[in-house]
Design a protein around this ligand. Structure first.
Ligand code: HOC
Length: 385
């Protein structure tokens, strides 16, 4: 391929470099994967109605979160097992985010430890929490606090694990089982296998043995034993022990968003977990405007963002910023640190160009008046906005 010019090009390169089972883990969704298609299709249901004859010669992409200005209206969201895509994947992502002046969110399911990633960059880091057991969650929370993570992101859309049929068919799971099929998969992707053998084995060994998180947390995580009893009362208890900013991720309704804020959260992240949990649910884009009407607090959003224009649409509908998941991971898998920086640069340029083309010179001036909803697919007739 000649030089990649869009995120999808990085996806194609990632697919080439990764063994099928690793790519499928990254790319796949739950059950019939209708959520993956829906998350993308929904962006097309809003069309821009540009303003003309406005001065867009200078454009400002910065956004403000809790009174602090960030140069870009997107950050790098939490994703698990990034060391499978590239050795030290999370440290790379954290460094790239720091270089661009945006936060990086470390997943509980990282192949590196909370402390190691903290040491790897001096940028702003947030920690995403899965609650497997309450005592383990408390332990992770204390470690994140001690390691200077500024924000805790509590994920609430995994009371049980999503049913990921690609992973089941491929026999993808940890610890990795070595079968003729998995060995052949690795052997036919030698660049990935050699990189892992040369640079990734200590990290993976730490992950599998539990030294990356904690052995108990790791074992529970690998069995995906989530605490399905975690409720509003548990959220209040977590709020009481975490003194810094707290965000709740996985919210999809205005009522839940308003209640999170009432319980003391500093904001919500609207998400359907990149269509990896409940296949038949709404895209967070469809609930964004309703949530914005329900709260004045910070509203972030993820799931399916692949274009700068997608980010601009979310900002028009009231999001304060967007989290990128697979987009930066495609860059990481395809070309390591440079790939992540290239993806960030592409999205930045696309946002900048979109602003100019819709006649708006700053992210702060975006509003829903710039969008017209144009439902052209039967699948999109459920309009929750
Ligand atoms: C074995 C642990 O958020 C996802 C990630 C977390 C995966 C953890 C897997 O894919 O939903």
């Amino acid at each position: 391929m000649t030089k990649p010019v869009k995120i999808e090009d990085y996806r194609v390169l990632a697919k080439r470099r990764l063994p099928k089972m690793v790519f499928d883990y990254l790319d796949g969704g739950a059950e019939d994967e209708t959520g993956l298609t829906h998350n993308r299709a929904v962006f097309g249901s809003w069309r821009f109605q540009p303003k003309r004859l406005t001065d867009v010669s200078k454009r400002d992409l910065s956004t403000t979160l809790w009174g602090q200005s960030y140069p870009l209206p997107f950050l790098i969201g939490p994703t698990g097992l990034n060391g499978l895509l590239r050795p030290q994947g999370d440290a790379i992502l954290a460094r790239c985010a720091a270089r661009e002046g945006v936060p990086f969110v470390l997943s509980t399911a990282s192949t590196q430890s909370i402390e190691e990633v903290s040491r790897s960059s001096d940028g702003e880091k947030w920690f995403q929490l899965y609650v497997m057991r309450r005592d383990l969650a408390l332990d992770l929370t204390r470690r994140a606090l001690a390691a200077d993570y500024t924000t805790l992101v509590l994920t609430v859309d995994v009371p049980v694990n999503g049913w990921r049929e690609r992973d089941m068919r491929n026999g993808f799971g940890l610890p990795m089982r070595y079968t003729a099929k998995t060995l052949l998969d690795g052997a036919t992707h030698p660049r990935w296998s050699l990189d892992l053998l040369r640079n990734g084995m200590p990290q993976l060994a730490n992950f599998v043995s539990g030294r990356a998180v904690s052995s108990e947390a790791q074992a529970a995580l690998m069995r995906r034993e989530m605490d399905a009893s975690f409720d509003w009362e548990a959220l209040a208890q977590l709020r009481a022990v975490w003194p810094k900013r707290l965000l709740v991720k996985g919210v999809l309704s205005p009522e839940d968003a308003a209640r999170c804020i009432a319980e003391g959260a500093d904001g919500v992240i609207l998400s359907n977990h990149g269509a990896r949990q409940l296949d038949g649910c709404l895209s967070p884009m469809e609930t964004l405007k309703g949530v914005r009407n329900a709260t004045l607090e910070t509203v972030l959003v993820d799931s399916g963002f692949r274009r700068g224009s997608d980010v601009v649409k979310a900002l028009c509908l009231g999001a304060n910023a967007v989290l990128l998941g697979r987009a930066t991971l495609f860059g990481l898998a395809a070309a390591g640190e440079q790939g992540v920086l290239d993806v960030i640069s592409l999205v930045r340029q696309e946002i900048d160009r979109t602003l100019a083309l819709i006649g708006v010179s700053s992210v702060a001036d975006l509003s829903s008046e710039l969008l017209v909803r144009h439902i052209h697919e039967e699948a999109l007739q459920h309009d929750a906005v």
